[in-house]
Write a protein that binds this ligand. Structure first.
Ligand code: ZN
Length: 194
């Protein structure tokens, strides 16, 4: 599993899947787009797990909304610059599992297409983003448990600091991938996407 494999284009593989790559928009912690392209890519192992999670969500009348997947290493550096807190952002020098194609950020939509209340927004760098934090309201806890069950059923594992982040087991053993698309750095905050 350590050899570099071409990543799977998730939008092409799963045409019905909802995808909103937050780092390709201004709706992220930096307040400006970081990705030059809204390309949702995953390692084939993660794409296989995602296929199962999509099917599990469907039998529960829910839909996954993908918020991030493969992340260029250059983007990781921009995020680290914006939030140099190792609890929430992996230093670019170590490398994020997103830059290995083995991690995905997701939330759930109900049958009307509305996001389920998870208690915090995506990328909220706060203890309330920790799964099972006691101060998170009951309804949001239940929604997080639903999301966990759906992702675990596909074969993903969660982490202790972010309810939206899941990865394949052994995600950090996969190689970092050379950047597949370019990024918009913070000094070009007015950069617009094509
Ligand atoms: Zn993540």
């Amino acid at each position: 599993m350590s050899e570099q494999q071409p990543l799977v284009d998730i939008a092409a593989r799963f045409p019905g899947l909802k995808i909103d790559l937050k780092y390709a928009t201004a709706d992220n912690i930096t307040g400006h787009p970081i990705y030059s392209e809204a390309r949702c890519l995953l390692h084939p192992d993660a794409a296989r797990a995602l296929a199962k999670s999509i099917a599990i969500a469907e039998v529960a009348g829910l839909t996954l909304l993908v918020l991030d997947a493969y992340r260029p290493q250059q983007a990781q550096a921009v995020l680290w610059e914006a939030c140099p807190n190792p609890e929430y952002v992996v230093p670019a020098s170590r490398g994020s599992n997103h830059s290995r194609g083995t991690a995905i950020d997701v939330t759930l939509l109900d049958d009307q297409g509305n996001e389920l209340d998870m208690g915090t927004a995506f990328d909220e760098m706060d203890v309330l983003s920790h799964p099972y934090h006691p101060d998170v309201p009951l309804t949001a806890q239940r929604h997080r448990l639903l999301l966990n069950a759906i992702m675990f059923g596909g074969g993903f594992v969660g982490i202790t600091s972010e309810w939206w982040h899941f990865e394949v087991p052994g995600a950090a053993d996969y190689p970092l991938i050379n950047d597949l698309f370019t990024c918009i750095s913070s000094d070009k905050s007015d950069g617009v996407l094509p």
